[in-house]
Design a protein around this ligand. Structure first.
Ligand code: PCA
Length: 216
């Protein structure tokens, strides 16, 4: 029976919720496409500790598919992250007060890793189902990119993990009320989106060759 690990983060930056955890927790013990069991976990919004927690879970659960989800306040849609880069550069302190600037995540690691999720096929499936989605060319340089890089570094050495990647999601509507003008997405739609992300990650063997580039 294949296993999926799905993670979300605790709230950070004075928010009282994190949409990533709110949606991930709806998948507790769920079965996707009949036989894939979902395991969920909350990660601390802390450099270092987030990857310690994640790698412990990866060793325990031995999942075939891993998807980490984070809040990207201000983004307008479900963002499929393409690339994790080997740098921490924190604009704000993390939840433990750390604010690394221009530090490698894994000093001996490569500059970057690509997501191994079928990100183009996922974007297409989400849009076909009426959910705004896009490929994102950067997950930033804060804790989400830190976890994305840590995940891909681990997955790169693992024969167990077949697919791994990171998804950023917008604010929930109640959060956006405190950030006038910021986009948001309802929890139900995020849940439908995440379900499609998981199903597509299971069924789509090769990604589609669809344009998702940007000029800036
Ligand atoms: N978003 C932050 C860290 C935790 C989260 O949910 C980020 O995008 O780095």
């Amino acid at each position: 029976m294949p296993h999926i690990l799905l993670t979300g983060f605790e709230p950070f930056n004075n928010e009282i919720t994190n949409p990533a955890w709110e949606v991930v927790k709806l998948f507790k013990d769920k079965k996707i496409l009949a036989n894939h069991t979902v395991h969920i976990a909350q990660l601390p919004c802390e450099f270092g500790q987030s990857n310690t927690v994640l790698t412990t879970l990866l060793a325990q659960i031995q999942p075939e598919i891993v998807i980490c989800v984070g809040q990207a306040g201000g983004r307008v849609d479900i963002s499929l992250e393409r690339i994790a880069i080997n740098i921490d550069d924190a604009r704000i302190p993390d939840n433990a007060g750390a604010q690394p600037i221009d530090q490698s995540i894994v000093p001996e690691g490569p500059a970057a890793y690509f997501s191994t999720l079928p990100i183009k096929a996922i974007v297409k499936n989400l849009r076909d189902n009426g959910i705004p989605a896009s490929v994102s060319q950067t997950a930033g340089t804060y804790v989400c990119n830190h976890v994305f890089y840590g995940l891909m570094h681990y997955a790169n050495k693992s024969s167990q993990i077949l697919r791994a990647g990171f998804v950023h999601i917008p604010y929930l509507p109640n959060q956006a009320c405190a950030h006038p003008g910021a986009a948001s997405m309802a929890l139900e739609q995020m849940k439908k989106a995440l379900n499609l992300v998981l199903e597509t990650s299971i069924t789509q063997v090769n990604d589609l060759k669809l344009g998702a580039g940007t000029t800036h």
